[in-house]
Design a protein around this ligand. Sequence first.
Ligand code: ATP
Length: 736
Amino acid sequence: MGRTGSMRRSSLPSSPAAAAAPVPDFTASPDDYTLMEEIGFGANAVVYRALFLPTNTTIAVKCLDLDRVNSNLDDVRKEAQIMSLIDHPNVIKAYCSFVVDHNLWVIMPFMAEGSCLHLMKVGYPDGLEEPVICSILKETLKALDYLHRQGHIHRDVKAGNILVDSPGVVKLGDFGVSACLFDRGDRQRSRNTFVGTPCWMAPEVLQPGTGYNFKADIWSFGITALELAHGHAPFSKYPPMKVLLMTLQNAPPGLDYDRDRKFSKSFKEMVAMCLVKDQTKRPTAEKLLKHSFFKNTKAPQLTVKSIITDLPPLWERVKTLQQKDAAHLASSEQEALSMSEYQRGVSAWYFDIEDLKAQALLIHDDDPPEIKENDDNVRTIEVDKDASSESHFGKSTLLNGNNRWPNHERTCATTVNPGANDRETSEELTSGLGNADSGRRVDGSDYDSLSSTPKHGSEAGNCKSEVRQKQKQRTFSGSILYSPTADSSVNGRGPIIDRDAGGQSVSNKQKNDAGRIDDLSGPLSLSTRASANSLSAPIRSSGGYVGSLGDKPRVEIKGRFSVTSENVDLPKVQEIPVVKISPRPQEGSALRKSASVGAWPVKAKSMANNHQRKELCDSSVSASVLIPHLQNLVQQTTFQQDLITNLMSNLQQNENADGLQSRFQTVEGDTRVETSSAEGERTLLNKIFELQSRMISLTDELIASKLKHVQLQGELNALYFQEEIVDRREEDNEEA
Ligand SMILES: Nc1ncnc2c1ncn2[C@@H]1O[C@H](COP(=O)(O)OP(=O)(O)OP(=O)(O)O)[C@@H](O)[C@H]1O
């Protein structure tokens, strides 16, 4: 690949974007490029606007930090390969890519308006108008149709990956987590792998043990439609585990709210078709394109253009958003600490604590108990150690004639030629990546997160490490699980938002943060990628790959966050009695635990009593039957009470007498005391026997008296009867 800078005709089919300008032969020499402003960032990548010097062409350079992605080189290789082979007006292609020090540079067209997510953040936080959404979705669907035909699953369809160019051209980008349907062996495994961004992920992707296909993109497409309609994806406020559970458990989201009344029936219907849990019932991209919703779609040049006019340049917007994010973070710090639980689910750009509280309350009622994520599941922000320090690139030098990096230590420089042999490309890249593995770690010192302009240092090595440092100061969200590369990221430097002993306070470092803030519905595991620019970071794991894990399918195994199928066994989870406690922030988890454990038996007892009482009340036994029984009970109880009282007074008298006796005897020694108390006990027992026998004899006497009474009564009756007979006879005789 020469540095000719010669122009060649684009091989892209005719389209407003493709027809616009001839595409030069891009070189694999970093000296030919000048990185300018930062225009976006992801988990492992920073994207810069850049100049290709030989032809003075504006392009975008995605700098992927290989130190960070070295656990998953396949993804890097794949992304570069796929992007280079792409040939569709709605899909971003890579012109070429090469390794510079420990970064992979991907040279691609510059999309001047950034992502749809960016656009919404800047001017449409509550979502876009239907005609605009319709145009964007149709272009995206064309991209998906093309990719699916080519055998690719994108796996990360979301507004953050739909890019817009100045004339209103819409393209789908970011193939970092895409998979090939036709792959065999190891790469086939990746389709059973947990990859994507939780809010956008289809249920079958989240479900352990089930594979998925290109229909997963259709689900994500439906979620993206909702994202464009509302300004945020459904569940984007919640932590990743909750998102996972809600996606599996809840009915699919849709355009069902009051605020959605403005949308057409066909739009709602189209979204509902995409968001069907059974993937076999979802339409293909091709079929969706024929849906009535897309029948009268206006050209994006008309609709999308309307939302991008009068906006400042992309890099200025990006910078403003970063500052806004930082401000949000600072204000959140001032909120009551009890809010922290809610804040865990707040997206950086959609910050409504009241709304969040209300929703969280609703969800607590119906949700299965939240699976406890480890303490690392806090928003982790890598911040400047010295926010005020000068950035290292030196803007002026960069933009003037001395803006090249002359001493680049290229570990590998290869251009990925469209149509080039895959294996060759892979090997070339891998060799570069292999070297990258041995690269030095940057310890995160002395970088400037606020500046979106890379500055040119005097030393080339510094320049490159600055890029890495900038990449490493990204904000990550969710469980923040840099699994294999944790040493170089979160673990190595420690989480930036620290919790104090009580686990609640936010570090002062946060105040200094001028970096980016992610949505917290972030990654369950961030092994190689996360979405810093988007609302949620990708989940990546090798879960769901039953073959490698035996009988116990694991949803997620990379990183420290581990979810097994048991965790996601919803019916089981729901059976657990939920005792609602609203602990104050200072109440520790121990207190919470004891409260919840203790509350259950108490609750059970009172429930049992209530039950009995209810039964009695409900009973149909009449009062006339019950009253004599109850009176009888009262009598018996009174009699027993009297008896016990008598016994007790007798015992007390005896005890007093024995106590006196034993006190006198104490002086004569312990043995004597023991004897006297034993005698006292015996006396008492005798008295009890006496009393009992007296009671028995009295009872006998009573019974005898009663019998006698009955007998006398009988005799009396007999006498009375005889007397009557005698009287009657006398009367009869008198009458006669
Ligand atoms: N060609 C481009 N032109 C303009 N902006 C771009 C371009 N490519 C990427 N960006 C911006 O940079 C952001 C991050 O890029 P990209 O999505 O490729 O990074 P990533 O690390 O893969 O992030 P994620 O995993 O969150 O998708 C995009 O959301 C977009 O705002």
